[in-house]
Design a protein around this ligand. Sequence first.
Ligand SMILES: Nc1nc2c(ncn2[C@@H]2O[C@H](COP(=O)(O)OP(=O)(O)OP(=O)(O)O)[C@@H](O)[C@H]2O)c(=O)[nH]1
Ligand SMILES: [Mg+2]
Length: 356
Amino acid sequence: MTNIAIIGTEKSGRTSLAANLGKKGTSSDITMYNNDKESRKIVFVDSHGYPKTLKPMITALNISDMAILCIPPDGLNKDNPASVHTGECIVALDLLGFKHGIITLTRSDSTHMHAIDELKKKIKVMTADTSLQDWDCISINTNKSAKNPFEGIEDLKARINEVSEKIEAKQTELNGLPSRVFIDHAFNVTGKGCVVLGVVKQGISKDKDKTKIFPLDREIEIRSIQSHDVDIESAPTGTRVGMRLKNVQAKDIERGFIISDKEIVSTDYILECTMSKFTRKIEISSVLHLFVGLQSEPVRVEEILVDAQEVKEAKPGSTCVLKLSGNKKVAYRKQDRFLLANLDLAQRFVAYGFSK
Ligand SMILES: Nc1nc2c(ncn2[C@@H]2O[C@H](COP(=O)(O)OP(=O)(O)OP(=O)(O)O)[C@@H](O)[C@H]2O)c(=O)[nH]1
Ligand SMILES: [Mg+2]
């Protein structure tokens, strides 16, 4: 199963594309569009709450294996205020080291060939040396009254299928690891109890598994598992699941909680960070926003170390160790990638890092 995040600046055609590719399902600050008609089941995640806040985009990306970045005809025009968010999406994908994706040049019916070629050139320059450098650019529209209605959509679907094959091979490899489920929604269903929705990030999650939920660090049991509304006994890596849980209540679960046997839980962090080139310096005492998995919280920069020496600031494009303090318990593993953002800047992403 492949989960695909549809991201982009405001009015970039994200919802029109998602609605074209799947049937609307769960909706909050992200909306799922399911395609379970074909042999390969795909969930498209519309990150519509972005760019107002960063969380919907990060959530969509961290529950997905592939991204579709929507760039409208004016999506990189300097005089279009929304263009800063196209840049921000590229920075986010690069800081996340996001491997698989496709760039769609949306609303192709409202522009012309020459402008599309110019836009493609700009994208090549902007994505050089980033994780997006080899992504395909496909010109599309979702307008049934266009001269060339649904241009590019079949190409896009074919490309999605090709990339999905690679992703599924990788998921099969991850099945051997201990299971981890990232929760994106939790609610109470009368007569059924606590139900969570989420995605199996690694391993195989099984019906009747006795496991734990973090950062609560509480023992729970998986009562039943569903995928695309059908009961299943085991859910391999990549499956979008609904699970009934025993020994925990929905009101105690927040987005980002993890079902797993073991996680690190902390409120303070020591991260080996790489700063984006497209940000400002970080100073001691600044407040940043930390993202890991589907969790996020404000943190304070307590200490900055460069080559083991304490310094006052970290510069764009450099590497450093940041000691950060927060208030909320967060669950993660050593291999998880953290993102840091400064919500006061126009391009908000600052750095990525791993726990030391
Ligand atoms: N002509 C044309 N218009 C389009 C196309 N795709 C989307 N639009 C229009 O462009 C506008 C934005 O499209 P949406 O799909 O809502 O884009 P979005 O990124 O979800 O927008 P927000 O969530 O509102 O930020 C809407 O008025 C759409 O009807 C297209 O392929 N051709
Ligand atoms: Mg939308």
